[in-house]
Design a protein around this ligand. Structure first.
Ligand code: GLN
Length: 555
């Protein structure tokens, strides 16, 4: 069922195969009719993940990238909506003239075609079929997988069932019935799992293992216990303790190509679990009234990026999801983040939090909307302008944040924002520049591969970050803002020559940085996003400074 951890399990299996020297990619199948996740509500479906090539995707693709460590393209997300839209458009064009377009073979063939295409050039493709076995919705995908197995041969496919074993509170015993039912339902498609990953609060015991072994008719060695763990990054380590990697390779009749160590990964996990220092960070957002779980999911990439940066710096991050409509006392936080957002709700509270951070030397990281609002706050309170974003106040005289010219013409909502990776050129000697030094070297090669539109007019110090927005800092006001001390530390120079502010900072503040991009979409456990690393270090400095000032012995 959804939420049981298929995404993390898939990402972990991918990571394990990678560590045996194989190249791996991952595909997420979402059985809904939406063409992508871009138009869905984050409180319901979790955050919208944005890919380097501009896809607005289910958040699971984010997990794949965080584990596998490289960009997964948007075509690796397949939805029912995409398949049908593609076939219907094709039919209308006359590409099937004379034929009856049907579920079998057309729908099934199109699903397979997409899986083959995603896997082209890789040793392994992990295909995660979303939803619950037995759902009407994922039936075509089950058919397609079975048909794919016949085409490539069973030696080249391993099925993994990810199942949930509940422990009903009143009896306190782990139940295998749902797993048995899942196995039976899968068998209706001719699918027999090669591996069963047993998700549960607790470890699987021998009695349960035996039951599942008999029911599924598989070796108990291939039944893997997957209990809850404190950090998602422990999951591959836990699987490897049960030798899942070697068992998988055995299934495929192959040997490890090149065995890589887990040392770095293990070290980061240890620092996530037992950091020697801790800081408190507030994420001031608006999707906050539906309970803790959803909160975290709406901002999952920010949360994970903080975790990555924390592990790199041996700092544990206590994240507080703070409602912009009901701000607590902000002095308890060592750092404040205003994340991406849309519309007017919660804006006054976000502005108040930004002003607090700016005036009290609290580290601030503004992401997309959080950067736009930092500019608005600066214009209002430092430049005394009658300023706002036209997204929030369409009739304000000084639209310091305004709709991008090409976005004003957009009619359809789906997939039409400025999406994906774009180059920004960083200002020499800025704080942002110093944070990106290593990434700049890495990105130099990537920049060359990008389209002219994504590159812009190339300049010095290029870095790539991922975007999702319709508004921008209004170029008309850049001089005025800069005159009063706002530093624009990175621009994207469009091919038409206009300048889009990508990074801002305040030089006399310990850490006040905003970006029009979403650096959280490029952060991985082993390579945290530079802005998050800088932010976390600044939070730690602030905390240590406060502690020295308050040291009783010093008085
Ligand atoms: N609403 C703003 C825009 O469209 C910011 C978007 C975002 O934060 N992702 O430009």
């Amino acid at each position: 069922m959804s939420g049981v951890g298929k995404g993390i399990a898939s990402a972990s299996i991918g990571k394990i195969l990678q560590n045996y020297g194989y190249s791996v990619t991952a595909v997420k199948i979402d059985p809904y009719i939406n063409c992508d996740a871009g138009t869905m509500r984050p409180t319901e479906h979790g955050e919208v993940w944005v890919t380097m090539d501009g896809g607005e995707i289910d958040q699971d693709l984010g997990n794949y990238e965080r584990f596998l460590g490289y960009p997964i393209p948007k075509r690796n997300n397949i939805t029912t909506g995409q398949i049908y839209k593609y076939l219907i458009d094709k039919e209308r064009k006359g590409d099937f003239l004379g034929q009856t377009v049907q579920f079998i073979p057309h729908v099934i063939d199109e699903i397979k075609r997409r899986v083959y295409e995603a896997g082209d050039g890789y040793d392994f493709v992990i295909v995660e079929v979303g939803g619950t076995i037995g759902d009407y919705e994922n039936l075509p995908f089950m058919f397609a997988m079975k048909s794919l197995e016949r085409e490539v041969g069973h030696d080249h496919v391993a099925y993994t069932l990810i199942t949930y074993l509940p422990v009903p509170g009143n009896i306190g015993e782990m139940k295998t019935k749902p797993t048995q039912t899942a196995i039976r339902l899968l068998s209706e498609y001719g699918i027999f799992p090669d591996f069963i990953l047993c998700r549960a609060d607790l470890d699987l015991d021998d009695v349960r293992k035996k039951k599942i072994e008999t029911y599924a008719n598989i070796d108990s060695d291939n039944i893997i216990s997957a209990p809850d763990v404190k950090s998602i990054y422990e999951v591959p380590l836990n699987f490897e303790r049960q030798h899942l990697g070697m068992k998988l390779l055995k299934k495929f009749n192959i040997q490890p190509k090149n065995v890589m160590t887990w040392d770095d990964w293990q070290q980061r996990v240890r620092l996530i679990l037992e950091p020697s220092k801790k800081v408190n960070v507030a994420i001031v957002g608006k999707y906050l009234s539906t309970g803790d779980f959803t909160l975290k999911d709406s901002y999952i990439s920010i949360y994970e990026s903080l975790t990555h940066a924390g592990a790199e710096n041996d700092v544990g991050i206590n994240v507080a999801f703070v409602s912009a409509d009901d701000l607590p006392d902000l002095s308890q936080f060592d750092g404040i983040i205003v994340p991406g957002g849309f519309g007017t709700k919660g804006v006054p509270g976000k502005l108040q939090a930004i002003q607090f951070a700016r005036e009290n030397e609290v580290p601030y990281l503004g992401l997309c909307f959080g950067m736009q609002l930092a500019v608005v706050e600066f214009a209002q309170n430092v430049c005394a302008m009658q300023a706002h974003s036209s997204e929030v106040e369409p009739d304000i005289p000084d639209k310091v944040v305004d709709i991008m010219p090409e976005q004003g013409k957009v009619e359809e909502k789906g997939g039409t924002m400025r999406l994906g990776g774009y180059v920004a050129n960083l200002l020499q000697n800025s704080l942002v520049h110093s944070l990106y030094v290593n990434r700049m070297k890495e990105d130099a090669e990537e920049v060359k591969k990008m389209s002219a539109n994504r590159q812009g007019m190339l300049g010095r110090n290029p870095v790539i970050e991922i975007h999702r927005h319709r508004y921008e800092v209004n170029p008309e006001f850049l001089n005025k803002l800069q005159d009063r001390g706002l530093v624009i530390s990175g621009y994207h120079k469009r091919v038409d020559g206009t300048m889009l502010a990508e990074f801002i900072e305040l030089p006399h503040h310990p850490f006040f940085v905003g970006t029009q991009a979403h650096p959280e979409f490029r952060s991985t456990l082993l390579e945290p996003a530079p802005l998050f690393s800088g932010f976390v270090r600044a939070c730690l400095n602030k905390k240590q400074k406060v502690e020295t000032v308050q040291e009783p012995g010093a008085a």
